[in-house]
Ligand binder design. Structure first.
Ligand SMILES: [Zn+2]
Length: 179
C-alpha cells in the first residue's frame, strides 16, 4: 500500500514537472514571437512615417538660398544627439508639442535657447536645414538635439560631433519677430 502511494506521488510529481516545463517552453516561444511581431511593426512604421517637412521648413530653405536679409553665418563644432516625441525621449514632456508650441512630429532641433535663440536656422550635415524650435534638459551650451518622428530613427542617428552652420539674422529681424 505504502509503495503504491509513493508511486502515485512520484507519477504526479513527474506529471506536474512536465506540465511546468511545457508551459514555460510555450511562454518563451510566445514572447519571442511577440518580440518578432513588434520588430516587424516597428519596421513597417518606419517605412510609413516619413520625416514630415512643414511649409515653414521649405520657407527656411528658400530664405537661406535666396536671402532677402543677410545672415551672419557662424560655423561651430557641436555635439548633435537625436530624439523623438516619445516618452522615452521626452518623459513628462512627451505631449507632442515643442517648447515653442509646434508639433513635435516634424523636423526640428532642440537648442539651449540662452546660446541659440529660438527661430535660428541651423544647417546640420546629414540632417539638413532646420529651425531651432525646442529645448531639452540635457541640451546645454554646445549641444543640439535633432528631432525624428520615430524612436528607431533617433537611435540610428546616435551622437555625432559635427560642424554646423548657424544662420544669425540681423538684430532688427529678431526684434520684428519678437524673439
Ligand atoms: Zn523616442
Amino acid at each position: 500500500m505504502k509503495n503504491c502511494k509513493q508511486a502515485i506521488i512520484s507519477i504526479l510529481c513527474i506529471f506536474f514537472c512536465a506540465m511546468f516545463w511545457i508551459t514555460l517552453y510555450h511562454l518563451t516561444i510566445r514572447s519571442r514571437q511577440v518580440d518578432m511581431l513588434k520588430q516587424k511593426v516597428n519596421v513597417l512604421q518606419e517605412q510609413l512615417v516619413p520625416e514630415i517637412i512643414t511649409p515653414e521648413q521649405v520657407k527656411i530653405s528658400e530664405e537661406i538660398h535666396n536671402p532677402t536679409v543677410e545672415f551672419d553665418v557662424i560655423v561651430k563644432k557641436m555635439r548633435v544627439s537625436a530624439y523623438c516625441p516619445c516618452r522615452l525621449c521626452c518623459g513628462n514632456y512627451s505631449d507632442g508639442v515643442t517648447s515653442t508650441g509646434k508639433s513635435a512630429y516634424t523636423k526640428g532641433v532642440a537648442v539651449d535657447p540662452t546660446v541659440i535663440p529660438y527661430g535660428t536656422i541651423i544647417n546640420i550635415p546629414g540632417y539638413g536645414e532646420v529651425i531651432a524650435d525646442d529645448c531639452g534638459g540635457a541640451i546645454k551650451g554646445n549641444r543640439l538635439d535633432v528631432r525624428f518622428t520615430s524612436h528607431q530613427a533617433a537611435l540610428n542617428w546616435g551622437v555625432k560631433n559635427l560642424e554646423v552652420r548657424i544662420y544669425i539674422q540681423p538684430k532688427a529681424v529678431w526684434e520684428d519677430k519678437g524673439l
